[in-house]
Design a binder for this molecule. Structure first.
Ligand code: NAG
Ligand code: NAG
Ligand code: NAG
Ligand code: NAG
Ligand code: NAG
Length: 429
């Protein structure tokens, strides 16, 4: 209607519009370039590597990290590793029809692996290891019949391994280690060819490859039955909050004390997971396995971005230990109790973070006020015990913090089933 009127009154304007559209079209970047620009827009921070991806270019072939077919100018490779790229992986990558290699490992990508990647049917290699990707492994990856290498290890992926991936008969290497995967490892297809080293670090997996027989109910090894994903923190009642805390404590204790020794040597990175903008994802996936990994490249991001979770000595040395992990756990407990982020604006205004606020309240013996007033069903005894644990965990000197084993013991004996005692005041092993 509007266009029709315009056409009657100002035909010349329509001509100009048309020419404008035409010239713009000539100058516009190729569709592959557009897809890559969407990929870039989704990224919230990086080390600046994408700054010379210029939308004015006719095609993205000269962009850093991009390679094209020389004749067709279609993108065949996207390779950006160790660039501190943080943000979701854009589903628009699925539009890169001729993509053969997707190499994004060792960044800070979070969110899920887009199922749209299943549209890139020429993909031969997917390298996404060492990020914070969560959610399920999309079964659509089973459509990538040319795929030879798949590495999605060291993320926070959950759910089971889609059997469709077993159909990829060209798949030479496959690594899903260090995630939160559960259930049986498919025995059909190529999965018969992989050894335990493709599956390590997933407590809930079973299968002959790892010599663990599958029981009827899979996933008994995951942290918690009650998933908090559907609720926001404000709506969680006391019991739900305790369950989350307990699950986190057990997960951390497991990583610190019950895992193979090498995990103890890794750095702790709760912060990235916990600071995701999406509260549910942070709490449900927890990324506890991700907490422990040693990569120097992440240190500065953490120190800059997630102030509230970091132990004071970590801020100084940049070195994480189990005790810096315990500190982060303490902050997490305060966060869950208060329903506030560690660096909530209300603390920052006062020049504090959540720990500073707790210390401030403690001076006036008002520490119980840290608890979210919307939290229903709170029990006084368990609150006191829990606060006491949290206070010890966020102690400024690492020696005063309890081990996670100790924390679990106290939580089990005093918080979950409260009874008055000053058991843990005297010792912190
Ligand atoms: C790409 O994949 C998604 C989901 O996997 C699907 O919904 C969509 O239609 C696909 N797009 C194309 C162009 O094939
Ligand atoms: C891709 O995989 C999904 C799920 O595995 C399936 O439903 C879909 O039909 C597949 N698409 C194509 C184009 O093969
Ligand atoms: C296992 O690997 C061998 C050679 O490496 C190959 O010939 C065979 O087809 C593979 N088996 C499956 C089920 O992919
Ligand atoms: C899989 O990745 C883990 C690190 O996350 C590594 O320790 C393991 O050796 C890898 N396995 C294979 C088969 O590459
Ligand atoms: C599984 O058991 C077989 C024989 O019982 C052994 O050779 C193999 O090394 C074991 N694998 C693992 C991952 O423990």
């Amino acid at each position: 209607m509007g266009i029709y009127l315009m056409k009657c009154k100002w035909p010349w304007l329509l001509n100009i519009l048309f020419i404008f559209i035409l010239t713009n079209r000539i100058r516009a970047i190729s569709p592959d370039g557009e897809a890559l620009l969407s990929f870039r827009i989704a990224i919230v921070s990086s080390d600046g590597v994408l700054s010379q991806w210029r939308p004015e270019d006719p095609d993205p072939c000269k962009w850093k990290g991009v390679a094209c077919d020389s004749k067709t100018k279609r993108v065949t490779t996207l390779s950006l590793t160790n660039h501190k790229l943080s943000g979701p992986v854009s589903p628009d990558l699925g539009k890169l029809e001729h993509l053969r290699l997707l190499i994004l490992h060792n960044n800070n990508f979070y969110g899920s692996i887009p199922s749209e990647l299943g549209n890139c049917t020429e993909l031969q290699g997917i390298y996404l290891q060492g990020n914070y990707l969560s959610g399920l492994i999309p079964s659509e990856l089973g459509n990538l019949s040319s795929l030879q290498n798949l590495d999605i290890s060291s993320n926070s992926l959950s759910g089971s391994i889609p059997p469709s991936i077993g159909k990829l008969d060209k798949l030479i290497t496959c690594n899903v280690s260090n995630n939160f995967l559960v259930g049986p490892i498919p025995s059909q297809g190529v999965f018969g060819n992989y050894t335990a080293s493709s599956f390590v670090g997933n407590r809930g997996l079973c299968g002959k490859q790892i010599n663990i027989t599958c029981k009827d109910d899979h996933g008994g090894a995951t942290t918690n039955s009650k998933s908090p994903t559907s609720e926001r923190s404000e709506q969680l009642d006391w019991e739900a909050r305790l369950n989350i805390i307990m699950g986190a404590a057990k997960g951390l204790a497991y990583l610190h004390h019950d895992c193979s020794p090498r995990i103890i040597h890794r750095d702790i990175k709760s912060s990235n997971i916990l600071l995701d903008s999406n509260l549910e994802a942070r709490v449900s996936d927890f990324g506890l396995a991700k907490l422990l990994e040693d990569e120097e490249s992440h240190i500065t991001t953490i120190v800059a971005g997630t102030f509230g979770y970091l132990a004071p000595e970590y801020m100084v040395s940049g070195r994480a230990t189990e005790k810096t992990d315990v500190y982060s756990f303490g902050v997490l407990v305060l966060e869950i109790l208060s329903g506030k982020r560690p660096t909530d604006a209300s603390f920052i205004e006062k020049g504090l973070n959540i720990v500073g606020w707790l210390n401030f309240l403690m001076i006036e013996n008002r520490q119980r006020e840290i608890v979210d007033p919307n939290c229903v069903g709170m029990q006084a005894e368990s609150l006191n015990a829990l606060l006491s644990v949290a206070i010890q965990c966020v102690s400024s000197s690492p020696e005063d913090r309890p081990t996670m084993h100790r924390v679990v013991q106290v939580l089990e004996s005093e918080v979950m089933t409260p009874c008055p005692s000053d058991f843990y005041d005297s010792n912190s092993d």
